[in-house]
Design a binder for this molecule. Structure first.
Ligand code: XMP
Length: 320
């Protein structure tokens, strides 16, 4: 795609001019936007870039490994991988309120990021994957009642606290253009085409219960089976987001000759263009039956599977 190649060359020039010989820090989450920023900056300024991946222990199966493999091993980017799962899970102990969980995760994320940035000697610039819709959204809400449905966590506030200037090379792009740029930069397809994933991760997919390693492990397994079947059915790219939710209820089942008493889980899949509104995805029943069978057979701890048929509004995409 020559337009994207031209955009890439232009963006690289702009970054080089802005940054000069300065040092840049970039927070990596494994998501599309921060991945593309990191790859672009690496091409523009090489070793002046350090990426910091704060691993909160709330990622899906294999995601943390993938980030390290792609960026450190394949791209040879300077990458700090901070496993902070004990700290995050410790702070989340006993917490079940969705907003409280988001706030704890957001604040802890900033603390850990700041500390890791200090350890590598700080930087002059902070790189962020701000997209064009984020730019307009932050200026378009004028007047009207302001109701916070969910306080989304991002790294807002960090640049001020850390006294850094911002580098935001994706500010003119929409999501599909970011994906095209990512491909142009040689990022793997599974990373560039990835569904959005919320900053607080799996913590908001274990509603109404304490987040424990055991529950996270059960949820990860169910989620991985579900996504595996979605990929096998060739449906991944037709869906905006798909995930499993571990419900705060145990139900009675029968496995072979014996009674089981395990968790129920819900499966969610939606189509959307921007996440603001969404429709549930109309899977064929045989697909749902296949996923349910596999989850119940393969995931110890789950004995019942339901499918969420709520659209947004009135529902939200995540359960919390
Ligand atoms: P909702 O659940 O509000 O989600 O319909 C809309 C989109 O936002 C994602 N989401 C979040 N992203 N921090 C994030 O970075 C959050 O706290 C958060 N909560 C929801 C959600 O996955 C969907 O893509």
């Amino acid at each position: 795609d020559w337009t994207m190649r031209a955009f890439k060359d232009h963006a690289i020039e702009t970054v080089r001019r802005q940054v000069g010989s300065g040092r840049v820090i970039c927070g990596l989450s494994g998501g599309v936007d921060s991945s593309v920023v990191a790859a672009l900056l690496h091409e523009a300024i090489g070793s002046q870039l350090t990426c910091v991946f704060v691993d909160h222990g709330l990622m899906r199966a294999n995601e943390a490994d993938q980030v390290v493999t792609v960026f450190r091993d394949r791209f040879n980017i300077k990458l700090v991988h901070k496993d902070a799962s004990d700290l995050f899970l410790g702070k989340l102990a006993g917490k079940t309120d969705p907003e409280e969980k988001r706030k704890i995760i957001g604040a802890t994320f900033i603390d850990v990021f700041e500390e890791e940035a200090r350890k590598v000697g700080g930087a002059d610039f902070l790189a962020q994957g701000t997209l064009y819709p984020d730019v307009i959204e932050s200026v378009s809400f004028t007047g009207g009642p302001s109701v916070t449905i969910k306080s989304h966590h991002n790294v807002g506030g960090l640049p001020d606290r850390m006294n850094m200037k911002l580098v935001e090379p994706l500010r003119e792009l929409f999501k599909d253009e970011v994906r095209a740029l990512g491909r142009e930069l040689g990022l793997p397809d599974e990373m560039v085409g990835r569904h959005p994933f919320p900053g607080p991760g799996l913590a908001i997919r274990i509603p109404g219960q304490e987040i424990t390693r055991e529950r996270l492990e059960i949820l990860r397994k169910a989620d991985a089976v579900y996504l595996d079947e979605i990929r096998k059915a060739g449906l991944y790219d037709a869906i905006w987001q798909a995930f499993a939710v571990l419900l705060p209820v145990r139900t009675v089942g029968v496995m072979g000759d014996s009674r089981s008493y395990d968790y129920a889980c819900a499966l969610r899949a939606v189509t959307s263009t921007d996440g603001m509104t969404a429709d549930f995805y109309p899977f064929p029943h045989d697909f749902l039956a296949r996923v349910a069978n596999r989850i119940i057979n393969e995931v110890k701890g789950i004995n019942r599977v339901t499918y969420d048929i709520t659209s947004k509004p009135p529902g939200t995409i995540e359960w919390e």
